[in-house]
Design a protein around this ligand. Structure first.
Ligand code: DX5
Ligand code: ZN
Length: 215
């Protein structure tokens, strides 16, 4: 992936007006829409699910990235691919057989990824390299938007890059804003996921631009 891409996490948008939130993010110039799916078990929060993603698919042509913070990804992951998500990330910490689930995401037509919370060493992904198209590095503990970026969690990225090689994108998610985006990019981020920084901004276009690396 040549230039750094910006993905808008709609978790902190107005959940009563998601269509408008996606349209606003597209107008603001984001490259992707990041969908935080939470089941209230794997993380202590419940957001939205497959029906919402299916309803939003027709709103934009931007790529959808499903971030599954759920305890049973094998059941659901391929269905998010079938719903039109270009990528689907499951958590390596989830109690399941990840190789088969990652293959099922690919068979359903999407890119397969593993997400790792800050406390998880990136070496946990090494057993699944044959099934991985990308990785999602969490720089906050998954479950809520509006948290503070953890630089030590981003410091894992160079080691992950050695594992993944240069061709597989690394998405970085959590606390990304004007003051932290540069560190994530310096560590090797290909995709910056931002929620609060975009949806709380007075002018989203400027907020998106503030995340992009300076030329
Ligand atoms: C947290 C989500 C993140 C988060 C990003 O579990 O995965 O996408 O919503 O939101 P901010 O940008 O507010 O940290
Ligand atoms: Zn996320």
């Amino acid at each position: 992936m040549s230039r750094v891409q910006i993905a808008a996490s709609i978790l902190n948008a107005d959940l009563g007006a998601l269509r408008e939130a996606v349209q606003e993010a597209e107008r603001a110039g984001v490259d992707r829409i990041h969908l935080d799916i939470m089941d209230g078990h794997f993380v202590p929060n419940l957001t939205f699910g497959l029906a919402t993603v299916e309803a939003l698919r027709g709103v934009t042509k931007l790529p959808f990235d499903a971030h599954l913070m759920i305890s049973n990804p094998s059941t659901w992951a391929p269905r998010y691919a079938a719903a039109g998500c270009q990528t689907v990330a499951i958590h390596v910490e989830a109690p399941e057989r990840h190789a088969a689930t990652l293959e099922s995401i690919r068979s359903a037509g999407a890119l397969a990824g593993l997400a790792a919370d800050p406390g998880t060493p990136v070496d946990a992904l090494s057993a699944f390299l044959a099934q991985l198209d990308f990785a999602l590095v969490m720089t906050v503990k998954s479950g809520f938007g509006g948290q503070s970026y953890q630089p030590e969690a981003a410091a894992r990225i160079p080691a992950l890059r050695l594992l993944l090689g240069a061709a597989r994108p690394i998405h970085v998610d959590g606390g990304i804003k004007a003051g932290t985006a540069a560190d994530a990019v310096k560590q090797g981020a290909d995709v910056l996921v931002a929620g609060t920084a975009l949806f709380s901004a007075p002018e989203m276009g400027a907020a998106v631009a503030s995340l992009r690396p300076k030329a």
